[in-house]
Design a protein around this ligand. Sequence first.
Ligand code: CUA
Length: 327
Amino acid sequence: MGGFSLTPDQASTVAGRVDTLFYALVGLSLLFALPIAILIVYFAIKYRRGSSADRTGAHRASIKLELAWTIIPAFLALGVFGWAASLFFTIERPPAGATEVYVVGKQWMWKFQHLEGQREINELHVPIDRPIKLVMASEDVIHSFYVPAFRVKQDVLPGRYTTLWFQATKTGEYHLFCAEYCGGDHAAMGGTVFVMDQADYARWLAGGVAGAPAQAPTSLAASGGQLFVSLGCSGCHRMDGSGVGPSLAGVFGKPVPLEGGGTVVADEQYVRDSILLPQKQIVARRQPVMPSFQGRVSEDQLLQLIAYIKSLGDQPAQAAPSAQPTP
Ligand code: CUA
């Protein structure tokens, strides 16, 4: 990058908008603060005790002036609010169809799992010009996922999923930080986001570039499917619904009726809670016999199970995967 810049690279679709808002806020603040500061000094000198300045005809009150300095700033503040809120919603709402990457933060590293099965630590490879949605959880304390060049930052919490999305607009390598003090090596909890063009990314996914896994790994959903069998889930959750537990085919993303009324949408959090805290939300007309898997599945494995259940999507009933690893 040529020349001096006050801000990091603008490497995402929202970076320019965030910077424009920031500069507008700085400009507005200076617009009010500078004249006031200058006038304070000027008047303090001009009207100091003993000065010969003309003090006749001083205004005590002016309704016009008071209305002006109330109404104009009120509209300015509301304008900034509307502007910032619209940008906030853009940043908070991942577009439909974004590519998902699962993230686990722990003291003191970032672990990434791609749907295709690639796993990385402190390195994240993403394609340019495609929306990427991160689904994140922490294994221990609160962390915060921060990529300054993308102007996005999101807390990563234990026991809960948070999401963050971005769409990179420039290939290159960008710093990734933990932005929440999380213990001794917090400062070392960082890494690099590699933004690649589509062809390079496809090659990376296929394992054809240095630093990529030697062979295409088992997809995340397939790993989850194996876990589903090895943990014994498939014994009760049969695809045809004949088991003790409900069939999970087509459940993800749909409303689930709860015992005692009400519904809940089967999102990542619901699946997670159902595995770890099965008594929290009982599905209507079901016996609460599901055991808790608290302490038996890691954060990484939970995300694999979620990927598996997601992959069951709207497919018609099908056999649970066999215990053999799927190619
Ligand atoms: Cu993790 Cu600071």
